[in-house]
Design a protein around this ligand. Structure first.
Ligand SMILES: Nc1ncnc2c1ncn2[C@@H]1O[C@H](COP(=O)(O)OP(=O)(O)OP(=O)(O)O)[C@@H](O)[C@H]1O
Length: 739
């Protein structure tokens, strides 16, 4: 029987920091912390993989050929994925003026000699000293991920297209920094003052050295992934039933691979229309002039016979592209039959009625460019056959979210247990859901220990059923905390927060906002590894900031600027969510659990004090501020997380509270960044972050549908609310409740 507060659930002895951490654990924790901080192991690993990949690429003689057009994707598969990853290594060459360089900016400015009070005053009143806010570490580089999802972002793709015609892999020029990054605070900003504070000031922020950023993300790999797409004629009857072994004549061809083509890159750069095309106009009208080519997506999968029709949303696209032509030529009779005939539906996971796949996205509910009347014309070309979902044995349903059903399944071939997320299509009669496209796009591209790994995309019996094959994680943090009798200890929260911050930093470094960070989107396995999932709301960000929808981030974790109707926002919204998550991990209950936006703001203001123009310049101009909120003078956060407690409140050291306060800073420009948070003193003080190996383990929650259990246990009005909001979002475009 396991010991400690987790009772039977613990497979290992849980060591609490209060009971003198053992030397071994202490050393391990230190080591792990260092590893997380420095990323050395990953870099070593990454470099190794890059070497292997480079050799591999050279062998295949693709380096010289430059970025290929979409027409060549079908033949050479994932080559461009290599390029993208390679590109990260050559990004230095492509840095443009205005790109974050290693010499500027700071989350971590030092101000040790300034008295606390003076520092606070200067913090509140002075404009940030470093305009571009870039970090000061010489080794630091801001990476840019050339993902192009939105018509607003076409300038990236066009730039990229031009550059990519050179034979060496190169990255697009980064956009100028968003405001929030330019104004990375020198000191922590703070909310309303705490009552009884002696000097009536808030705690000062210590500055921390900027850690060297390493680009581990674009160099994916692992020896298990084979990047050459093997085109297999296999596509037998699609049937997904438990215990049924699908015929599999070409097993050898079906090597594990990341089943997405280099689409985003290949397609972006390969289109004749894109190459050499320069658009120098700016502003919302820009999107109207652009070709849709820069926004099309293609998936290449291993088995080659399944072909999903490309449906063009623009007349001039109706003529076949080379790639379509290639596919048509290579189409086997089986495929024709498959496409032409109504398929018998035996797929246990298939619930969608629709059989016709429509590959183009007909509309973007997010409507990020309200002035543009051009219909978004993203094309999703599932040109080559993915593996069939029949190759997986369904074990049980894990959860059903807004955007898809998640199943636990076994890969019949390898025996590996995986999670299959089925993309919900029923409301998407006119195309592939944008949210899913974004999610697949990101998850197949990004590789980080703190981001859930999507191995491939597989297809069900009907052409509109698409599944993401993900590594299986035993828990999500929300469900897990519901089963725990006590909240996580400080050292456990540190372990989780370090991993979370590391993942978020990776996303932000790669210009992606998650936009829906919450405990149910944080997965945990029994090796103590935390991974961020659900990228359905995530998107690329850049500068100039665009008006984005405010209907992102589940209410409880939503930043005040979003609640108050700000249309321009950036990485700081994720950092606020992290503050809410940190508090929830410590107390085992949501920090601000409002049921409406108004109530949510009210709860925040009651705890942190009502913001003012003084602590949050620009606050008074936010659309939502016209609503009359009660003025709460004080920041009462410390009361919820005292340094010592006899009442059972979660305790938090001064350093821990400082970090929490900085994550929950009102002014998004002053809110702490992921990088600065990773370097926070809290992670260096005793109790040290617990090693992942010593994190408590629990029986997997797969035996039941997590959401059902959740609903039964603690009805969550939030889910319903969010669903409604998303629906409204589609109707109202960028208009939030305050908009
Ligand atoms: N790789 C995985 N392994 C195990 N469980 C997973 C995995 N991915 C997702 N889940 C479970 O499925 C749930 C829903 O997944 P996800 O959040 O990706 O779907 P969604 O439709 O976007 O949900 P939401 O409505 O919360 O946005 C998660 O909270 C988690 O419990």
């Amino acid at each position: 029987m396991a010991t400690g507060r987790y009772g039977d659930y613990r497979n290992i002895k849980v060591r609490r920091e209060s009971d003198s951490t053992s030397r071994k654990e202490f050393a391990y924790a230190n080591e792990e912390y260092d590893r997380l901080k420095n990323g050395e192991a990953r870099m070593r690993d990454a470099r190794g993989r890059v070497k292997v990949r480079q050799i591999d690429i050279k062998k295949r003689g693709v380096v010289e050929s430059g970025y290929r057009s979409s027409s060549s994707i079908g033949e050479s598969g994932n080559v461009d994925v290599h390029r993208k990853r390679e590109g990260s290594l050559t990004r230095n060459l492509d840095r443009e003026p205005g790109e974050l360089s290693s010499e500027s900016g700071s989350d971590d400015a030092v101000d040790s000699g300034v008295p606390a009070k003076a520092k606070e005053v200067s913090e509140l009143n002075e404009a940030p000293k470093l305009e571009n806010g870039a970090p000061s570490s010489p080794g630091k580089k801001r990476k840019f991920s050339p993902i192009v999802w939105d018509r607003d972002d076409k300038d990236f793709s066009q730039n990229f297209s031009i550059r990519a015609t050179s034979s060496t892999a190169s990255l697009p020029p980064p956009p100028p920094l968003p405001k929030s990054l330019r104004k990375t605070p020198e000191f922590s900003s703070h909310n309303a003052v705490e009552p009884n504070s002696k000097d009536n000031s808030v705690q000062q922020v210590e500055s921390f050295p900027v850690k060297v950023l390493e680009d581990i993300g674009k160099v994916n790999g692992g020896s298990t992934h084979n990047d050459i797409i093997s085109s297999s004629p296999y596509h037998e009857k699609q049937q997904w039933s438990v215990g049924q072994e699908a015929a599999h004549p070409n097993d050898d061809d079906l090597v594990p691979t990341r089943n997405i083509s280099s689409s985003r890159w290949a397609d972006l750069v390969g289109s004749p229309r894109d190459v050499g095309e320069v658009s120098d106009d700016e502003g919302p009208q820009k999107g109207k002039k652009r070709t849709p080519h820069s926004e099309s997506f293609e998936f290449n999968c291993i088995s080659s016979t399944l072909i999903l029709k490309k449906v063009s949303s623009e007349p001039n696209e109706s003529k076949s592209t080379d790639s379509e032509e290639n596919v048509r030529r290579s189409r086997s009779p089986t495929t024709e039959k498959f496409i032409g005939n109504e398929y018998e539906k035996n797929d246990l996971m298939d619930t969608d009625e629709e059989n016709d796949y429509r590959g183009s996205i007909a509309g973007d509910s997010e409507s990020e460019n309200p002035e543009s009347s051009t219909p978004p014309s993203r094309n999703v070309n599932m040109l080559q056959g993915c593996r069939s979902v029949d190759e997986f044995e369904r074990l049980n349903k894990i959860d059903e979210g807004t955007y898809g059903v998640v199943y636990r399944a076994r890969d019949k071939k390898s025996g590996e247990i995986v999670a299959l997320k089925k993309v919900k299509m029923e409301k998407e009669r006119e195309g592939f859901p944008l949210t899913s496209l974004r999610e697949i796009n990101i998850l197949l591209s990004f590789h980080h220990p703190s981001i859930v790994d999507v191995k491939e995309v597989v297809v069900g019996s009907s052409l509109d059923s698409i599944f993401m094959v993900m590594e299986y994680m035993e828990h999500d943090l929300k469900g897990l905390m519901e089963t725990m009798k006590q909240p996580y200890s400080q050292s456990e929260v540190k372990c989780l927060m370090l991993q979370l911050l590391d993942g978020v930093k990776y996303l932000h470094d790669n210009w992606v906002l998650h936009r829906d960070l919450k405990t149910s989107n944080l997965l945990l396995n029994n090796r103590g590894e935390l991974k961020i999932c659900d990228f359905g709301l995530s998107r690329q960000y850049g500068s100039p900031l665009k008006p984005y929808t405010q209907l992102v981030v589940t209410l409880w974790y939503r930043a005040p600027e979003l609640l108050l109707g700000a249309k321009q926002y950036s990485t700081a919204i994720d950092m606020w969510s992290l503050g809410c998550i940190m508090a929830e991990l410590l107390s085992k209950k949501p920090l601000f659990d409002g049921k409406t936006e108004f109530e949510q703001l009210d709860k925040i203001f009651r705890t942190l004090g009502t913001p003012s123009e003084a602590i949050w310049p620009g606050f008074s101009k936010l659309p939502g501020v016209k609503v009359n909120f009660l003025k709460h003078q004080y920041n009462l956060l410390r009361k919820k997380f005292p340094a010592t407690s006899f009442t059972g409140s979660p305790v938090l050291s001064d350093a821990g509270f400082d970090l929490l306060n900085k994550l929950l800073t009102y002014d998004p420009d002053k809110r702490i960044t992921a990088e600065a948070a990773l370097n926070h003193d809290w992670f260096r003080e005793v109790p040290l972050p617990k090693s992942k190996d010593f994190m408590p383990t629990f029986p997997a929650q797969h035996a039941q549908d997590r959401r059902m259990r959740r609903v039964m246990k603690s009805p969550d009005p939030l889910e319903e609310l969010r669903r409604k909001e998303l629906q409204q979002g589609a109707d109202f475009g960028t208009k939030g409740l305050f908009g």
